[in-house]
Design a protein around this ligand. Sequence first.
Ligand code: PHE
Length: 338
Amino acid sequence: MDPEATLEEARPRIAACEDTAALKEAERDYVGKKGAISAMLAEIPKLDPADRKAHGQKANALKQAILELVQARQAALDARDLDAARRADDFDPTLPPPVAQRGSLHPITQVTRELEDLFVSMGYEVLDGPEVELDHYNFEALNITKDHPARDSQDTFYCDETGTLVLRTHTSPVQVRAMEGRTPPFRVIAPGRVFRQETTDASHDHTFYQMEGLVVGKDVSVAHLIGAMKTLLRGIFGRDLDVRLRPGHFPFVEPGFELDARCPFCDDGCSVCKKTTWIELLPCGLVHPNVLRAGGVDPEEWSGFAFGLGLSRLVMLRHNIDDVRHLLDGDVRFLEQF
Ligand code: PHE
């Protein structure tokens, strides 16, 4: 048998194999026990001893060559099958690989968590309250009488016909719930979502976020309030800012204030402070005796201060956001920036 001729015969046959089974069969025909190469090796004893070595070497070289052809063909078949499988799967190997989409915390969540950490470090407890609230906690217990304009249906979403249940219009109801559940002295904050029936525009939304603060103790005064607010400002803006109090009216505090801070963005007037160098930070005041009483706290023995920080507004200030509605409209192009 002529090894060269065998190789030339094997080459097209192997190349023509269309699946692994055909390839195995071809392989067997050449290198198997009953194959051509075995036959060549079987001839050796019959040969002239001088020719045996060369004959054996040729047989082995042929075997090697055929095995290489088989391997190469098998690799080609595998590649073809994989390709077909991918196509059947709609797998497009030219597409860029999927990149894990990394989410981020909403800017309101970020500022809420930062402030929670800050107040917890000052010994405050973080409280939660119901968003669907009883009229009693949202108004009555806060010294907001039946005829107070804040109760106007313009501002309040009522949840039932009797008007017992409302969507809370502020986080202040948590003040009374906090007093009911603890004995003074205590300090709490209550961040959360609040609702007002309002025509929406760039600075008003029907849903926004506040953080209530309440401290009740012995001889708690306006000085304590100012001290706490200065610490709050340091936490938010990273440095000390002067504050000033203007009178503000809220039925549940007496006296009540609007607390302004020196504009953290300029020295001599900018668009954020509307050229006044002051920014309105938050309403606050000393807890009205009627509210302490409603919460089961004796106003003769205890006093307290409360503040209501507008978290939505704070986030807008911090990130220079010009429309409050961006915060809740769920647009990923907005959210991706945080
Ligand atoms: N709850 C008031 C509001 O939403 C703010 C406030 C809180 C005022 C605490 C004084 C004390 O407008």
